[in-house]
Design a protein around this ligand. Structure first.
Ligand code: PGA
Length: 256
């Protein structure tokens, strides 16, 4: 099974519209009229999506993602943005279940599952993030945590939903810390996640689903990680804030 790798820039709470424009000007010469052997996705903050859509709207090699959406359709939810609203910004993906949303904003597996369903209702492709803390890993709970996150987060998903879902395995202890999981640690977790997808959705879906690695991915470790058989791309935070390093990760990662 050849899975098309997917590299996504998660800008988190960085870059308003003017910095988004600067980034786009730096990236555009390298992505316009180019085809990549992978999908390239950029996830700016909500307020920069319109600028990103303006800059990348006619660039077929780059797709946009949002970093979150509401679990509700519309109404009295101050501060929230619905999945449906995102469709107006040429957004095709939405990052859900990120560990920062889980830890800082108290998002439970149930809330994440409700958001996943809202995303699918309007045909957005979830980038569904899972991953264990250091305490959980050291306490021997890695598999238990991943099993719970996968089973609850994807509850009610059909085969079609799964075909449009990307999973991002991001060990919490590797996010923004400069400590990357070793390729062996990442591969082991990815193979386990793929086996969980097999248990829940069958072998065919397991073979097709793309599982990104995330957590301190940099140009100098992308090749080693992407060479692992169950790693199908990366979700990149810090190193995706500058166009050259994002591009270098894509280049090194796809040359692997
Ligand atoms: P990082 O973030 O690359 O800065 O570790 C990854 C993420 O949180 O998605």
């Amino acid at each position: 099974m050849i899975r098309r790798p997917i590299f996504a820039a998660n800008w988190k709470m960085n870059k308003g519209p003017s910095e988004t424009e600067d980034f786009a000007r730096a990236l555009l010469p390298h992505v316009q009229h180019q085809t990549f052997p992978c999908d390239v996705v950029i996830a700016p903050p909500f307020v920069s999506l319109a600028k990103a859509a303006e800059m990348f709207g006619n660039v077929t090699s780059v797709a946009l993602a949002a970093q979150n959406c509401s679990q509700f359709d519309a109404g009295a939810y101050t501060g929230e943005v619905s999945a449906m609203m995102l469709r107006e910004f040429y957004v095709h993906y939405v990052i859900l279940g990120h560990s920062e949303r889980r830890a800082i904003y108290g998002e439970t597996d149930e809330i994440i599952n409700a958001k996943m369903k809202k995303a699918r209702e309007v045909n957005l492709k979830p980038i569904f993030c899972i991953g264990e803390t250091l305490e959980e890993r050291e306490g021997g709970k890695l598999e238990e945590v991943l099993r719970r996150q996968v089973t609850k987060g994807l509850e009610g998903f059909s085969e079609k939903d799964m075909a449009d879902t990307v999973i991002a395995y991001e060990p919490v202890w590797a996010i923004g810390t400069g400590v990357t999981a070793t390729a062996a640690q990442a591969q082991e977790a990815h193979a386990f996640v793929r086996s969980l997808i097999g248990e829940n959705f069958g072998a065919d879906t397991a073979a097709r689903i793309r599982i990104q690695y995330g957590g301190s991915v940099k140009p100098n470790n992308a090749a080693e990680l992407m060479a692992c058989p169950d790693i199908d791309g990366a979700l990149i935070g810090g190193a995706a804030l500058e166009a050259p390093s994002f591009l270098a990760i894509i280049q090194n990662g796809t040359a692997a």
